[in-house]
Design a protein around this ligand. Structure first.
Ligand code: PMV
Length: 332
């Protein structure tokens, strides 16, 4: 007897933190950025997503962390599902079930792990077998930074000119450099402005054009420091970029203030640690939480110190992680 093919697949994918940020969209519909960006996948910030297409389903349904999504949030997921349905020439309804192991909307890019896991699970469930480049492009349509969570380890998103030329490629495998990213979480609630809104405002900063002039050089410099494993140089550029990204946000019209007083307290602590010879450097995403980079050998000590800073709720220690992959255990 012929086995009936099941149109159901589950994927795991990790969030990423950008060393050089994507901030501002050249094409808002396609999520094409103004500049290339570079990131590392985060081993302890992961999303698992199961997608099933089934002719018996009467409607599309989407669940995230046990909550049924409606309105805008659901439409954003269905946008990627529709691209898959179009590619696979399939019209069946879908059920999407997704869970994060970290707080969503906390400036830890849950959209990156979420949409990359969705791109892989949905395309595989539909019967498509996409290349890494095609998956990266599909994930980008859901959320720009999600394209960087498809390849493993350390990744560069080549901005490209159009839909087919804007995707991420690996710079180095996860085991290339034993870095740690300790996220000092000070807020888990929804941030005051989503990155989607932030991207739209970026161009209104009088410094946006200057930033675009500075970026190509900074990108080459951080890549060189990274490939030579020069942690001091790498960290200095990481911080320069984090500050500049926030300056753009703070000088947008209207301004966005992502950093809170606790953010500054952690930054202060990181600088004090350096004075004592313990090398660590900070960056942030579109939120108040701080990502503290250090070498693996110092992670335990630094983590203990960060947890004691007033306002730090908890920390998440991340190693460089692999890219998105399929698993056989489904969520439903
Ligand atoms: O992918 P989005 O639209 O959530 O934008 C991500 C923006 C930043 O996280 C602030 C920077 C980046 O490159 O990840």
């Amino acid at each position: 007897m012929q086995k009936i093919k099941k149109y159901k697949k589950t994927a795991v994918s990790f969030a990423n933190i950008a060393f050089i940020k994507f901030w501002g969209k050249k094409d808002r519909k396609l999520n094409i950025p103004y500049n290339n960006s570079i990131s590392m996948n985060l081993s302890n910030c992961k999303t698992t997503t199961t997608v099933e297409f089934n002719p018996r389903f009467r409607e599309d349904s989407v669940f995230l962390d046990g909550e049924r999504l409606e309105g805008e949030k659901k439409l954003r997921v269905l946008k990627v599902i529709d691209l898959v349905r179009e590619k696979a020439a399939m019209s069946w309804r879908v059920k999407v079930f997704s869970k994060n192991n970290f707080p969503k909307d906390a400036g830890i890019a849950s959209s990156a792990s979420g949409f990359s896991a969705l791109a892989l699970s949905a395309s595989s469930a539909s019967g498509l077998s996409l290349s890494q480049k095609e998956l990266s492009i599909l994930a980008r349509r859901g959320s720009g930074s999600a394209c960087r969570s498809i390849p493993g380890g350390f990744v560069e998103w080549i901005r490209g000119r159009d839909d087919s030329s804007s995707f991420a490629v690996q710079i180095a495998k996860a085991n290339f450099w034993d870095l740690r990213d300790i996220v000092a979480v000070i807020e888990t609630g929804k941030k005051e402005k989503s990155s989607t809104e932030g991207h739209l405002l970026a161009e209104s900063s009088p410094f946006f054009k200057i930033r675009q002039k500075l970026l190509p050089n900074r990108l080459e410099e951080i890549k060189e420091a990274f490939l030579k494993k020069n942690f001091k140089k790498f960290g200095e550029i990481l911080e320069e970029e984090a500050v500049e990204f926030n300056v753009i946000a703070m000088t947008s019209k209207p301004p966005i203030f992502y950093w809170k007083k606790e953010t500054f307290e952690i930054i202060e602590k990181v600088r004090k640690l350096r004075e004592k010879g313990i090398l660590s450097y900070f960056t942030t995403d579109a939120g108040p939480n701080v990502h503290v980079f250090c070498l693996a050998k110092d992670a335990f000590k630094i983590n203990k110190i960060l947890k004691r800073v007033p306002g730090v709720l908890f920390t998440i220690i991340n190693k460089p992680a692999q890219g998105a992959y399929l698993i056989s255990k489904h969520l439903f």
